[in-house]
Design a protein around this ligand. Structure first.
Ligand SMILES: [Zn+2]
Length: 283
């Protein structure tokens, strides 16, 4: 059974930590996250973008995460990351998913509200959680690239109105982070985060956390971030370890061996991020 992320996000909000959301891409990365979460007794969100569902098959990802969730003692659930299609969301919700992100942040404010409200209405009927985004992050997410200078920071007053009118459960905000790798040192707008936190009571979400120095992430959590998304750093650690293993063992042809070092490398990052979010021993 997939759980809604509401309970774990509210616990994080009340106790001042963040729940990490890790983007998974296959069985190996899903297991790496689950095993580490179990070891550290951390609630954890396994996130998958539309691209990941397309690559693996939506039902296959559902089956993998649902099976893992059923055998793990910590709260662990599947989250639809950056979904834009209402049809895809419906399919996953009908298959049992209870944690959804609808990203209509590239539309106008009113259009964003209209699209998000539809998803909220559908998902809330079955007790699911909806995250939406206001403002636009720079960088690359799935197949979508946003030039850094087209990125838009979240306006605090608009965030309050957006949260109230849509009835969402959590809000992803743009305060200077970007998806993918940073070309220059990111500058986070803590003052803006403070203002949003004062006006918006629902849990706030930080996207684009890969490559942000630890002390900066910690500061955003102190200021009210309750969910931190990590994707790029996992992809890099998996690929680098796999590449190195194959270079060191050029005749290796057993996936059970060459995926092992890649999985271990992912586990190392997952552990670091759980400790950074301070979500260990919360489950
Ligand atoms: Zn994101």
């Amino acid at each position: 059974m997939f759980i809604s992320t509401m309970e774990i996000l509210i616990d994080a909000q009340n106790k001042g930590y963040a729940v990490p959301a890790f983007n998974i891409h296959n069985l190996e990365t899903a297991m790496a996250v689950a095993e580490t979460a179990e070891e550290l007794k951390s609630p954890v969100i396994l996130a998958a973008t539309p691209g990941t569902f397309t690559f693996n098959g939506r039902k296959n990802i559902h089956a993998i995460v649902e099976t893992i969730a059923g055998t793990t003692s910590v709260p662990l659930t599947l989250h639809l990351d950056h979904h834009t299609s209402f049809e895809d969301i419906k399919t996953s919700v009908d298959l049992g998913c209870r944690s959804v992100m609808i990203d209509a942040s590239h539309y106008s404010f009113e259009e964003n509200i209209k699209i998000v409200k539809e998803v909220v209405s559908y998902t809330h009927k079955v007790g699911g959680t909806v995250e939406a985004e206001l403002g636009v992050l720079g960088g690359i997410e799935d197949d979508l690239e946003v030039n850094e200078d087209r990125a838009k920071y979240t306006d605090p007053d608009a965030a309050k109105e957006f949260a109230e009118r849509t009835g969402i459960d959590s809000l992803a905000i743009a305060i200077g982070t970007a998806h993918g790798l940073y070309k220059s040192e990111p500058k986070l707008d803590y003052e803006r985060l403070k203002q949003i936190k004062e006006l918006v009571s629902i849990p706030l979400v930080l996207h684009g956390a890969s490559g942000i120095p630890n002390e900066n992430i910690k500061r955003t959590i102190e200021l009210g971030i309750c969910k931190v998304n990590i994707a790029t750093e996992l992809k890099i650690s998996f690929s680098n370890a796999l590449r190195q293993h194959l270079i060191n063992h050029p005749s290796e042809n057993d996936p059970r061996k060459y995926f092992l070092s890649a999985k271990e490398a992912v586990k190392k990052i997952v552990k670091e991020k759980i400790l950074l979010c301070n979500s260990n021993n919360r489950a």
